[in-house]
Write a protein that binds this ligand. Structure first.
Ligand code: C2E
Ligand code: CA
Ligand code: CA
Ligand code: CA
Length: 278
């Protein structure tokens, strides 16, 4: 855009486009979230390293945007968080995931479904009450659902987070995972006290662990820490067979990554899991 001098404001098409696209994107996202229109879940398998079976999946949001084809969450989750739309978005994912679990169970497929919950969605409103209502409505008890929260969400208000997580566990049988472990700041004292079942080692440490001894040490240390606290340890971002072997040898419990399976539609997921004899 050409800006003319003199201090007055002139028409700048590029700037205008940026503003327009952000405003438009927000309006479109609001419509998508309110009507569930264009939103979809992809499911990525989670693999158990001891039984060598797929035991669950992680639900990942996708948006079939009218003009941009398929949008990955990195393009719109922050926007949803900034505009407060994240609470409705995460509630929509929760209902879809629970319904998917119900449908799979009806076909004899018993897969735990993990979902991501942003800090705002965890701490504002009544997540525990909403989940309990949904679990009752769908006749799912225990829910067979895992809620993944980041260290940041837990440390923002540890007392409140602990209370919500405890209720989710007690009232609905929800499992709780700490996501992206190792990238944020979390106090070990809180970690010990929080009602958590699982830690997920962030993929930045896993992706190069075969070539980088220091990454391998971090992974080994987190596995040991998790086990000392009585938690299941999951490695995410497993892209090669070598990493999977190393993780098995280190005693890691579970793994997830492109090597084991990419995020896929529900129908393809069942084929993958059954094809592997799981
Ligand atoms: P995350 O929770 O850490 O999810 C894992 C991300 O890693 C996914 O990206 C997945 O596609 C990607 N991934 C899985 N395996 C591999 C691998 O082997 N290599 C590499 N390089 N990447 C791998 P995705 O689907 O783009 O999601 C990005 C983030 O968006 C998620 O990170 C999560 O923080 C957030 N997100 C996704 N769905 C939701 C949702 O429903 N609600 C909220 N609040 N956040 C969500
Ligand atoms: Ca996650
Ligand atoms: Ca993660
Ligand atoms: Ca992440």
């Amino acid at each position: 855009a050409k800006r003319s001098g003199g201090g007055s404001t002139f028409y700048t098409p590029e700037l205008d486009d940026t503003l327009l696209s952000r405003a438009t994107l927000i309006a479109q996202l609001r419509r998508a979230v309110e009507e569930g229109d264009g939103l979809d879940l992809a499911f990525q398998p989670k693999f158990d390293l001891r039984s060598r079976r797929f035991f669950g999946v992680e639900a990942l949001i996708r948006w079939r945007h009218p003009a941009h084809n398929l949008l990955l969450p990195d393009r719109f989750i922050t926007l949803a968080e900034e505009t407060g739309l994240i609470t409705s978005l995460d509630r929509w994912v929760l209902r879809q995931a629970a319904s998917q679990r119900r449908r799979w169970l009806a076909r004899g497929v018993d897969l735990d479904i993990a979902l991501n919950v942003s800090p705002h969605s965890l701490l504002e409103g009544d997540l525990a009450g909403d989940v309990a209502g949904l679990v009752r409505e769908l006749g799912l008890m225990p829910a067979g659902l895992t809620i993944e929260v980041t260290e940041g969400a837990l440390m923002r208000d540890p007392e409140r987070a602990a209370e919500v997580l405890r209720r989710l566990r007690d009232e609905s049988g929800i499992r709780v995972a700490i996501d992206d472990f190792g990238t944020g700041y979390s106090s070990l004292a809180y970690l010990k006290r929080l009602p958590v079942d699982e830690v997920k080692i962030d993929r930045v440490f896993v992706k190069d662990m075969v070539a980088e001894p220091r990454d391998a040490s971090i992974v080994r240390t987190i596995i040991e820490l998790g086990h000392n606290l009585g938690l299941a340890v999951v490695a995410e971002g497993v892209e090669h067979a070598e990493a999977l072997d190393r993780l098995s040898a280190m005693g890691c419990d579970q793994a997830q990554g492109f090597h084991l399976g990419r995020p896929s539609p529900a129908s393809m997921l069942v084929e993958l899991v059954e094809g592997a004899g799981g």
